[in-house]
Structure formats: structure tokens, C-alpha cells
Ligand binder design. Structure first.
Ligand code: ADP
Ligand code: MG
Length: 231
């Protein structure tokens, strides 16, 4: 419990800092982006169009990171509406399918018990599921090319809860890593923020749900998100 309080403090502080500076960084980034776009034809003429590409994609990445930091700070009262689990999962999978294809992995909805609905902040829960799927794709990517990646999404009924699971056959984790998984800033990625799972954890907790992970190194990982059904 103390650990959790400490982590919430860290996230709250991070939120204040990022809210204060995000605006100040975003404006110059927007200006830079605009001018690079104006310069692009000249760079193309010089045969340096890949420079423009790199600059633009790095600016976009910086913006994404700012966005992720900002999101971790948002006050956490969910704006709830009732949504069917089946349609939520379909939407999320649709959003990730093209990226999955590019990364050589297949994402499929395995089974969804019919007629389950949850009362949730749809934007927040989508963000959680997208975080999970993104991590799964990255874990598959890290295994290498010859590997045929599989991501399976399921939703099963358990009493008054729905258990949404995301399973991948990516690189997996050992027990030590599993233990640190939800800590803010824990990342093993060169370009990671280590915020995806800590923010997801907080969102699910605010929905009176639970989130659980299990993994075997070299085999794969499963995340199970448990949310109360709408009454
Ligand atoms: P980030 O993705 O920015 O590193 P996250 O909070 O999303 O931050 O994840 C934290 C760490 O947990 C990752 O760096 C990775 O090492 C590990 N991880 C998360 N999901 C998976 C997964 N599906 N398979 C293997 N490792 C994972
Ligand atoms: Mg992540």
C-alpha cells in the first residue's frame, strides 16, 4: 500500500511538471515542424529528403512523448458511458491491425461472451487496451523477423466481471521484471517512457477493476484486465 501511495505521488508530481512545460515545448515544436515542411522541397533538391523525414518523425515522436506524459497527469475521474465489450474490442483491434501487419504479427479476437456491457470511460479504457497491444507488438518485434507473432484478445465472463485478456507470443519476461512492471518509468526499451503500464494500472483501479500479468521468458505474456459489468 505504501509503495502504491509513493507511486501515485510520483505520477502526480510528474503530471504537474509535464503540464507546466508541455505547452512551452509544444509551441516551438510546432514552429519547427512548419518550417521544416517549408524547407522540404529544398532538401529534396539537394538529395537530402531523408533528413526532412527524420526531422519530422523525431518531432512527432517528441510530441507523442509529451502527450503520454500529459495523459499520466490527467485528473482521474472517469467519464462513464455504457459500451458493449464486443464492440469496444473490435474498435481497438481495428485501430491496431495495420501496424500489426507491418510488424508481421497477427491480431485476433478469440472469443467474446455475448451481450456483455461495461460502464467505463471509453477513451481511457481504449488507451489501456492500445497500450497492451502496443507492448505485445513490441515484444514480438524484439524476438525477430522469422517469428510469426500472434496476439490474442479474449473476453470472458466471471460472475459480475468481464475478464479481458491480451496474450502474445513475444519475448516474455522473467519474475524480476514482472515485479517491476507497473512502476512508473520502468522500461527496457531504448525509446520507452515506462509510463504505459503505470498509467493503465491507475485507470483500471479508478474503474474498480484489476489488472494482472503473467509471463514466461521466451514464450510469451498475458495481461488480464477485470472490469465490473454494467448493471
Ligand atoms: P514502455 O512500453 O514505454 O517501455 P510500459 O509501461 O508500457 O512502458 O512497459 C514497461 C515494460 O514492461 C516494457 O519496457 C517491457 O520491458 C515490459 N513489457 C510490457 N508489456 C510486455 C509484453 N507484452 N511482453 C514483454 N514485456 C513487456
Ligand atoms: Mg508501452
Amino acid at each position: 500500500i505504501e509503495e502504491t501511495a509513493y507511486q501515485n505521488d510520483k505520477l502526480a508530481m510528474l503530471g504537474k511538471i509535464s503540464a507546466a512545460i508541455a505547452h512551452e515545448i509544444r509551441n516551438p515544436l510546432t514552429a519547427i515542424r512548419g518550417f521544416i515542411q517549408l524547407l522540404k522541397p529544398h532538401l529534396v533538391q539537394l538529395g537530402k529528403d531523408e533528413y526532412a523525414q527524420i526531422i519530422l518523425s523525431e518531432i512527432d515522436r517528441a510530441n507523442d512523448i509529451i502527450y503520454e506524459f500529459l495523459n499520466s497527469s490527467k485528473p482521474s475521474t472517469p467519464q462513464k458511458s455504457v459500451i458493449s465489450v464486443a464492440s469496444l474490442l473490435k474498435e481497438v483491434v481495428l485501430l491496431t491491425e495495420s501496424e500489426a501487419l507491418m510488424k508481421g504479427c497477427e491480431i485476433s479476437i478469440k472469443e467474446v461472451a455475448p451481450q456483455m456491457s461495461i460502464a467505463v470511460d471509453v477513451k481511457q479504457i481504449k488507451q489501456v487496451l492500445l497500450n497492451m497491444i502496443k507492448n505485445a507488438m513490441e515484444a514480438i518485434e524484439e524476438v525477430g523477423n522469422e517469428h510469426s507473432g500472434q496476439i490474442e484478445v479474449k473476453a470472458e465472463l466471471e460472475e459480475k466481471y468481464v475478464n479481458i485478456s491480451i496474450r502474445d507470443n513475444g519475448k516474455g519476461m522473467d519474475k524480476a521484471m514482472l515485479a517491476k512492471l507497473f512502476s512508473p518509468f520502468f522500461t527496457t526499451k531504448e525509446k520507452g517512457t515506462g509510463l504505459g503500464l503505470s498509467v493503465s494500472y491507475r485507470i483500471i483501479k479508478n474503474h474498480r477493476g484489476t489488472i494482472f500479468a503473467d509471463s514466461i521468458k521466451g514464450v510469451g505474456t498475458i495481461f488480464v484486465i477485470s472490469l465490473p459489468l454494467a448493471t
